[in-house]
Design a binder for this molecule. Structure first.
Ligand code: 13P
Length: 346
């Protein structure tokens, strides 16, 4: 492990005004996204769509520090034969790779999930490094019980998932790949923001304990968490200021200062909410945060370009314009310089 090199990558992933594009939808997830625009999910269509994003020069070179790819994409060439990885590198962005095998039912814990993918991971990481990946992602899924059911998440679910994240992270660092550790507390459900705070804080405390015991160097690690928000079905929705205050308070209590950066997932928030929340944190709390705070959005960066493109070659420019806009808005939010009027001006 070369910690100096890992730290350099991690710091570059959270460079000022930049964040990460999560374009690592699995075959099943990208099919769902394509279904929403009535486009068939073929290898060529997936290539055309992602090539459109990676060739959005303004977004990629100014606001996207890195791109998380799926196994198919890291091996795919653009229409003209250039590897997609090379397009990303040419824009000055860093290629990354999703390496988890997805979440399956956790035995003994009805309704809860465990993320698989550790078997053979050492070999796959070596191959991904050779293909150009300099960081990786592993997502653990934590669901909060409905109707005030406090038995979910169970301790077993939290402990098992955080342990798997730590084993993954150690293997990444051995391969000189920066691990993004992603413990996602879902915003599905009817819980309030206070309960999200509680569960997220416990999740993070257990995660950093596991990372410590697994001898993972935090200087070469990036955290990808949810924000502290109300469940989608909660009658009382926390406003932007409340989300910002609770999220920063929670992370200050649970995330060591040695971590270079925290990059949020959007998790089903609207595009504008995801931007407004990130902006509010960076605008009001920058002097109280030891780490950089940025984005690693999937849906909140891609929903607009996906719709604008709709699978038609004549819409590529419109898709790129939509992507450039969202990337710019989130880049500004990373600096705490976004405003609703800038959103509307475009
Ligand atoms: P969303 O921003 O759509 O939640 O996706 C981010 C991600 O990579 C989830 O693993």
């Amino acid at each position: 492990m070369n910690l100096t090199a890992l730290n350099k990558i991690a710091v570059a992933m959270v460079a000022p005004g930049k964040g990460i594009l999560a374009a690592d939808e699995s075959s099943g997830t990208i099919k769902k996204r394509f279904d929403s625009i009535n486009v068939e999910s073929t290898a060529d269509n997936r290539r055309d769509y992602r090539e459109m994003l990676f060739r959005t020069e303004e977004a990629m070179s100014e606001h996207i520090s890195g791109v998380i790819l799926y196994d198919e994409t890291i091996r795919q060439n653009a229409k003209d034969g250039t590897p997609l990885v090379k397009l990303i590198e040419a824009a000055g962005s860093i290629p990354g790779i999703k390496v988890d095998g997805g979440a399956v039912d956790l035995a003994g814990a009805p309704g809860e999930k465990i993320t698989e993918g550790l078997d053979g991971l050492r070999g796959r990481l070596k191959e991904y490094y050779d293909l150009g990946a300099r960081f990786a992602k592993w997502r653990a899924v934590i669901d909060i019980g409905r109707g005030g059911d406090r038995s979910m998440p169970s301790y077993m679910c939290l402990r098992s998932n955080m342990h798997a994240l730590a084993r993954y992270a150690a293997l990444c660092q051995e391969a000189n790949i920066v691990p993004i550790v992603e413990p996602e507390v879902l915003m599905d459900g009817d819980h309030d923001a206070e309960r999200c705070y509680e569960v997220t804080e416990l999740t993070l405390k257990l995660l950093f304990e596991e990372l410590y015991f697994a001898r993972v160097a935090l200087e070469g690690t990036i955290l990808k968490p949810n924000m502290i928000v109300s469940g989608k079905k909660c009658a009382k929705q926390a406003g932007v200021e409340e989300v910002a205050e609770k999220t920063v308070r929670c992370f200050r209590s649970a995330v060591p200062a040695a971590v270079p950066g925290i990059v949020f997932l959007s998790g089903g928030q609207s595009d504008e909410d995801a931007t407004a929340h990130l902006n509010a944190m960076n605008a009001a709390y920058a002097d109280r945060m030891p780490w950089a705070l940025s984005f690693s959005y999937g849906r909140a960066l891609q929903a607009a370009p996906l719709k604008a493109w709709s699978g038609k070659p004549e819409n590529v420019a419109a898709g790129q314009k939509a992507f450039a806009h969202r990337a710019k808005m989130n880049g500004l939010a990373q600096l705490g310089k976004w405003s609703e009027s800038l959103e509307k001006a475009a």
